[in-house]
Design a protein around this ligand. Structure first.
Ligand SMILES: [Ca+2]
Ligand SMILES: [Ca+2]
Length: 261
């Protein structure tokens, strides 16, 4: 082999090895995220699609119909239920591979179809016993401490994967029946290292049926970049479509990546 040619081959090899090395160091997570495509079914009303790092709130009947008879990984009340064919009518109906109907109980329906195995984090919700952070948030918004509530919940899980749980608080006084506050409020916030990170805050004059009741719906790495996202559902009065918001945590704050409204 001629010396000149060997030199070229060595240079090309060095470039290739360098390129692979740089990709492994910097590019894997980014390219995983870029490659990730998924469709999420959230409750009976909301379908979100993620492709080429873009979220779409799917509302076209044609696209929605195309989901029928596709197989999805289904979670009910935050627990894995199985892989089923889905079919939409007034709600999502489930079928096994022989197209036999499979019934399910529970309120919170979440399903995904993706080119990757999604990390969905199960979590428990308990009533709040320590109201110090709740009072701090109320005072920050000019509201009185220790009000009457219609909702006080906390969920604890390791959102940032540092081995220590963060606490997610939900407090609200909307849709009260046995008291009538001048102002309604709903807050969802995370406590990490004694700091408050707000996801959802809504305060306004109360007419008894306005505002919405938030609910921590799903915690999952929906774009396969190793960081969790959070799905929040906010139920309105009566049978209006609930608001669904998908949050990502970026630059030390929660941001809505996509909403259904
Ligand atoms: Ca943590
Ligand atoms: Ca993610």
């Amino acid at each position: 082999m001629k010396k000149g040619r060997l030199k070229y081959i060595i240079i090309i090899l060095i470039i290739v090895v360098y390129g692979i090395g740089m990709y492994l160091v910097f590019g894997v997570d980014e390219s995983r995220e870029r490659r990730a495509t998924t469709t999420l079914l959230i409750g009976d009303e909301t379908v979100l699609n993620y492709t080429s790092r873009q979220w779409l709130n799917v509302t076209s009947q044609e696209l929605l119909s195309s989901i029928n008879w596709q197989d999805f990984n289904v979670y009910i009340d935050n627990e894995y239920f199985g892989n089923y064919l889905v079919w939409k009518d007034d709600r999502w109906y489930l079928f096994n591979q022989n197209r036999e109907a499979v019934s399910y109980q529970g309120n919170e329906f979440f399903a995904y179809k993706a080119g990757f195995e999604m990390d969905v984090l199960p979590f428990q919700t308990t009533p709040i016993t320590d109201f110090s952070y709740a009072n701090q948030v109320l005072e920050n918004h000019g509201l009185a401490s220790n009000p009457s509530y219609t909702l006080t919940e906390v969920s604890s899980f390791d959102f940032d994967k540092d081995g220590v749980n963060e606490d997610f608080y939900i407090i609200s006084n909307v849709f009260a029946t046995d008291f009538f506050p001048d102002k309604y409020f709903s807050f969802v916030f995370m406590i990490d290292n004694n700091s408050i990170y707000m996801l959802y805050e809504d305060v306004d004059q109360n007419d008894g049926v306005n505002g919405c009741k938030p609910n921590l719906y799903t915690v999952a790495d929906v774009d396969d970049d190793h960081d969790y996202e959070i799905v929040l559902m906010c139920s309105k009065y009566s049978n209006q479509t609930p608001v669904v918001m998908l949050y990502e945590f970026q630059d030390n704050a929660f941001k809505i990546a996509i909403s259904n409204q």
